[in-house]
Design a protein around this ligand. Structure first.
Ligand SMILES: *Cc1c(COP(=O)(O)O)cnc(C)c1O
Length: 372
């Protein structure tokens, strides 16, 4: 009888933490000792380091990635009567923040090669009310910023990059989040750069926007008891910043491991006609937050892998316009043909820094076995 091999997890955060556990314990113990919990030195150090590493002037640490998007959009003065366009194929945060400002979310389809917002559909969706666009660097792949930026500048449209899945992805050496008017990051634990809880950040070169965001995230004031306008409470915890400061030392290595793992999958699977491996846009680096293949047999392949202890996931099983939350927009799937064709074919394979060649070989072998 053959032995059942150990399961291959979808992500393995524990593996990443082995290496930094000691440093994290020490730093967190220091914060408990000092009763330093919200804001403070760790948070301002992180803001400095993150913006320096990205090559942007300002970083405003906030409570999570959704707040980062919302605060930036709100401080760009987006509100009722405005339209903001985002990708039909994304996580709901990209759209719900638009609704929360009082503006109308407008969806554009994605392109079939890279699964990011399609500049041609952006132009079709533009109206006199379009004030901003939120391109999403989905799965770590850069959106087509070389076309989006000139288009946005020409029409006076603001660009907020949803960079929650693209820490240190780049286009011609310029990092995701630094090409538009502002960028929003999430440090949710499973993101490429993740905290030990919720955290997020806004980055921008615009000093006035940076100051407005910093105030809005802290009840309208930067100093205590200074409330220039109503804001909200969305601050980064010191513990999260400490973990992020430690992880920032490793992020390049971890991203490289993801890219190497992606290259191995693509090299080993590209011979199969029944599936499509992810493309990488020219002149960009794709940091593979997720490794997503396309296949007509998604449902049965997923089951086949599951039976062999290989965990997979779907990003995303229902495109945003078809979610109950956007029923009022009365979309049908055929409004977004590319997103529609993706949602039944996508399959995210195990991908995390430190995934072993042996684990990947098991995935590859099981996929090949399914088709042969
Ligand atoms: C994770 C994510 C967000 C939101 O980040 P949170 O920190 O979970 O609020 C926004 N957009 C995309 C594309 C994401 O993947």
């Amino acid at each position: 009888m053959s032995q059942t091999p150990r399961p291959v997890p979808f992500v393995d955060l524990g593996l990443q933490h082995q290496k930094i556990r000691h440093a994290c314990n020490k730093r967190i113990a220091g914060l408990i000792e000092a009763s330093a919990f919200v804001g403070g030195q760790e948070v301002s150090d992180f803001a400095d380091r993150f913006s320096e590493k990205l090559g942007t002037r300002h970083c405003i640490p906030v409570g999570n990635g959704t707040d980062a998007l919302y605060i930036a959009l709100k401080m760009m003065d987006i509100g009722p009567g405005d339209e903001v366009i985002t990708a039909a194929n994304s996580w709901i945060s990209s759209a719900e923040v638009i609704t929360r400002t009082g503006a109308k979310p407008v969806f554009a389809d994605v392109d079939p090669g890279h699964y990011c917002i399609d500049p041609d559909d952006l132009e079709r969706k533009r109206t006199s009310r379009t004030r901003a666009v939120i391109p999403v660097h989905l799965f770590g792949q850069m959106a087509d910023m070389e076309r989006i930026m000139p288009w946005a500048r020409k029409h006076g449209i603001l660009v907020l990059e949803d960079s929650a899945q693209a820490h240190f992805s780049s286009l011609n050496g310029k990092m995701a989040g630094t090409l538009g008017d502002a960028g929003a990051f999430s440090f949710y634990p499973s993101k490429n750069l993740g905290a030990f809880g919720d955290a997020g950040a806004i980055v921008t070169d615009n000093s006035e926007l940076a100051e407005r965001c910093a105030r809005f995230a802290n009840h309208g004031g930067i100093q205590k008891n200074e409330h220039l306008f109503d804001g909200m409470n969305s601050r980064m915890d010191a513990i999260q910043a400490a973990v992020l400061n430690i992880k920032l030392e490793h992020i390049d290595e971890w991203n490289t491991q993801r890219m190497e793992a992606a290259a191995f999958y693509s090299g080993s699977l590209s011979g199969l006609d029944q599936l499509i491996v992810p493309a990488i846009r020219n002149n960009t680096s794709h940091t593979f937050h997720l490794y997503v293949i396309l296949t007509q047999d998604r449902h049965s392949l997923r089951q086949h892998l599951d039976e062999r202890g290989i965990a997979t996931a779907l990003h995303y099983p229902t495109m945003l316009p078809l979610l109950p939350a956007y029923e009022h927009l009365q979309h049908v799937g055929s409004d977004f043909p590319v997103s529609l064709s993706l949602q039944d074919r996508i399959l995210s394979l195990p991908m995390f820094p430190g995934i072993t060649r042996e684990q990947q070989l098991r995935v590859v072998k099981a996929v090949r076995e399914f088709y042969e």
